[in-house]
Design a protein around this ligand. Structure first.
Ligand code: DGL
Length: 270
């Protein structure tokens, strides 16, 4: 049986990374778990996000994947090191790839980062960006209202425009030429975010760079799927399966096999 790449997120956001992995590595089998029963993770305390991430990883490990991808910035910010110390397979996060992509693109050296409260509060992007390029100016903003819009499938509406433009108003000035979408849900809102920020601000999603990192690690470990593999992906979600399936299929442009997951203690700490 083909060993899979296991990808996780609090909801549908990590599908933005999955889409890019499917494009760059079409032979790879993907296992995806969206914890939609407990989304959003952004406002939760770090200890709770770590606990949820451990539960998801334990669940996915039953399928003996060859790699774990934490396709959630909030969980990457607080749980990446913890998960790396607990498992023996490679664990990839999305923050370093996002930071690398932005540094490769910015000419002015002024980079914006939007993300959940948890991600912004952790300072993980500033840290990652400054480690690569110490003199950057980094402007950050938490946008807690974006994830619920995406989980509702409300990508392009008057309400979406109103929420996005009022959240981004305060960072819409100066020499910023790149805005990191520091939450994997935000690429679903990219058209609206771009409309609000204007054409001179490039939007950076970590998806492409994360998929490249996955490819490099699999290549180095001699674990890339064989040429003849025809992967059958498997998706899991802990909340409303109908809503998840609808968003996933329209985003990925293909039918998905979805299995609902019931946590033993549902919605702990909600
Ligand atoms: N998509 C996730 C992220 O990248 C989580 C958003 C949330 O659940 O608040 O941060």
């Amino acid at each position: 049986m083909q060993q899979a790449i296991a990808v996780l997120d609090s909801g549908v956001g990590g599908l933005t990374v999955v889409k890019e992995v499917m494009r760059q590595l079409p032979r790879e089998k993907i296992l995806y778990l969206g914890d939609t029963a407990r989304t959003p993770y952004g406002p939760r305390p770090a200890e709770e996000v770590i606990r949820f991430t451990r539960e998801i990883v334990d669940y996915l490990l039953q399928y003996q994947p060859k790699m774990i991808v934490i396709a959630c910035n909030t969980a990457t910010a607080v749980a990446l090191q913890d998960i790396r110390s607990r498992v023996s397979i490679p664990v990839v996060g999305v923050i370093n790839p996002g930071a690398r992509a932005a540094i490769g693109r910015s000419k002015t050296g002024v980079i914006g980062v939007i993300g959940t409260e948890g991600t912004i509060k952790s300072g993980a992007y500033e840290h990652a960006l400054r480690r690569l390029s110490p003199r950057l100016e980094v402007i950050t903003k938490a946008c807690p209202d974006f994830v619920p819009l995406v989980e509702d499938g409300n990508f392009r509406s008057e309400e979406t425009y109103r929420v996005v433009s009022s959240a981004l108003e305060s960072i819409k000035q100066g020499a910023m030429d790149c805005l990191i979408l520091g939450c994997t849900h935000y690429p679903f809102l990219a058209e609206t975010i771009s409309e609000v920020m204007g054409p001179e601000v490039g939007l950076i999603s970590s998806a492409e760079e994360t998929a490249r990192e996955i490819s490099t690690i699999l290549h180095e470990n001699n674990q890339l799927a064989g040429r003849d593999e025809v992967p059958i992906h498997q998706f899991f979600c802990s909340g409303d399966p109908r809503k998840f399936q609808e968003i996933a299929q329209s985003w990925l442009g293909e039918h998905i096999r979805l299995t609902p997951v019931v946590w033993r203690v549902p919605n702990i700490g909600a």
